[in-house]
Design a protein around this ligand. Sequence first.
Ligand code: KIV
Ligand code: NA
Length: 266
Amino acid sequence: RRRTRVHHLQAWKDAGEKWAMLTSYDQMSAEIFDAAGIPVLLVGDSAGNNVLGHETTLPVTLDEMVPMVRAVVRGAPHALVVADLPFGSYEVCDEDAVRAGVRMMKEGPAHAVKLEGGRRSASRIRALVDAGIPVMGHVGFTPQSEHILGGYRVQGRGLAAEDVIADAVAVAEAGAFAVVLEMVPAEVAQGITKQLDIPTVGIGAGPDCDAQVLVWQDMAGLRGGRAPRFVKRYADLRGDLERAARAYAAEVRDGAFPTAAQSFES
Ligand code: KIV
Ligand code: NA
């Protein structure tokens, strides 16, 4: 297997082959997903909610993202590794965006970056692409602007569909190689997927996107509590880990662990 590259994703769209993307924030999950054949790994700023213990993605910094990107790149010999640009690293100007992107590409080294926003981010995307950095866009619900969007809400219902469509088109015209559609009605996502030449990656955007993405702890049932509607759990890692920890602690207490098998002779 060779490393996945941006042009492979385009070829898969052109051939009608769907593919799956997962988030990853550390070496071991990256190794496992790479071995499972996941072609694209996203070091998402969802690390805020899933690794760092924040309630949103907003507090995540570039300095926090870089070591996670490094670990994922080290763990994944075949996947295309996309690094999220965190809130604050690209809002002010195109120059900031390029500086943040260059850092990801140098210090990861990531293979691409992702940033949020459609029409409002078009010049950022163009500047990054001009600097030689492949960009994945992200429109619909954009978690970094949740305070303006009024919380986790579906975007593009009714007349607002035109806004999401215009954002997706702007991302494609700015030179992005793919675009995430988050929490968009399935019909709207289907229309965008047909209209755009570049692949769409859906999360809560129905079955007709060219690809799908989930946060890995959601996909594997590691995160507790109620999952969003768009999540499907393929394992119960939270239950498995808790049972393992309880069994270990119980065996330590009652003397069943360790035995001679786990001990050294003199
Ligand atoms: O940070 C993230 O995990 C994301 C995906 C959900 C698309 O941006
Ligand atoms: Na993100």
